[in-house]
Design a binder for this molecule. Structure first.
Ligand code: FE
Length: 189
């Protein structure tokens, strides 16, 4: 039997643990606000190598003021533009496709191909470090979401039905990209 006094002691401990738990739960939020000044190491076409740059961390309201409504819908609300409507879908010029949100180099004209899907398609990113991926369970199937590593802006999805040498298809919204004409580049090897 647990005595009444012992019971109160246990309850007291529980309350203390609960309080500690609340404290712990608050930690990630604090860490993420401190992270707003953090940096990432990414590949730069201009520099021809890896550089360290600041992450871009803006509120939804800030993004709403910077982006067009279409860009905001895709980049910040995980939207998808209608197939065959994107300005860059048929673009075959040499250059670099950068994030429309923060300007980070994401894809190269050297890796672009016509997938027939109606969205700009690439078989690899500029460098693995320049993009992030996340499991996406919307639309009742598992897809792999692709976003900009610097600002977190949604770009599209990656599928495993792409051409050689990777067999990957990065299916990217045109509106979340900005095209910079010039010598194409990307991580070699
Ligand atoms: Fe970005």
């Amino acid at each position: 039997m647990v005595s009444r006094r012992r019971f109160i002691q246990i309850m007291g401990k529980g309350a203390a643990l609960a309080a500690a738990g609340i404290g712990l739960l608050r930690l990630p939020a604090k860490a993420s606000s401190e992270e707003s000044g953090s940096t990432i190491r990414v590949y730069s076409v201009k520099e021809g190598g890896y550089v360290t740059m600041d992450k871009v961390n803006r509120s939804k309201e800030e993004w709403r003021n910077i982006l067009t409504p279409d860009q905001f819908y895709v980049l910040r609300e995980q939207g998808t533009e209608r197939a065959f409507t994107g300005e860059l879908h048929d673009n075959k010029k040499p250059g670099t496709y950068v994030c429309a949100g923060c300007g980070l180099d994401l894809f190269s004209s050297e890796h672009k191909y016509d997938s027939g899907t109606g969205w700009p398609s690439f078989w690899q990113p500029i460098a693995p470090e320049n993009i992030g991926t996340e499991a996406d369970w919307s639309l009742f199937m598992r897809r792999t979401e692709v976003h900009c590593a610097r600002c977190g802006g949604h770009q599209g999805h990656v599928f495993e039905d792409g051409p050689p040498p990777t067999g990957l298809r990065y299916c990217i919204n045109s509106v979340s990209l900005r095209f910079v004409a010039g010598e194409p580049g990307g991580k070699k090897g």
